[in-house]
Design a protein around this ligand. Structure first.
Ligand SMILES: [Zn+2]
Length: 129
């Protein structure tokens, strides 16, 4: 059985959850489940797909789409893991995209200063002649 509040795997017949201490003899209350339901991170995954890194965003969407079905079938630990994976893949997609653009800007800056240096050198040689 799983804790009605936090979803921790408990021995059958355990009265109080070993993780959060919730009383397992209370009738299942919908609000308990809703309180513990992990965020699917679907919005974040879609944003990553649209704005940043498509491969990472797609992996995020795949995991995000499995959160609710895992939760609804009582696989609370799986739902939490999918939620975490969806968030991690999305965040890494954003971080890598940001790093890519930073590297891109540095290369442009390097290219511009190189071009300017050549222009200066050209002027210098023209003056010499
Ligand atoms: Zn618990």
């Amino acid at each position: 059985m799983y804790c009605k509040k936090c979803g921790t795997l408990l021995d059958e017949g355990t009265r109080f959850c070993t993780n959060c201490g919730a009383d397992q003899n209370l009738p299942p209350v919908t609000s308990y489940e809703n309180a513990g339901r992990p965020n699917t991170n679907m919005v974040l995954a879609i944003l990553t797909t649209i704005c940043c890194c498509v491969p990472f965003g797609v992996v995020g969407i795949v995991y995000a789409s499995r959160v609710d079905s895992a939760w609804n079938t009582g696989h609370y630990e799986d739902a939490r893991r999918f939620s975490r994976l969806a968030r991690n893949w999305s965040v890494w997609g954003i971080v890598l995209t940001a790093l890519f653009y930073i590297a891109y800007i540095i290369l442009i800056a390097a290219g511009v200063s190189w071009a300017m240096w050549w222009e200066d050198a050209d002027t210098f040689y023209t003056c010499l002649l």
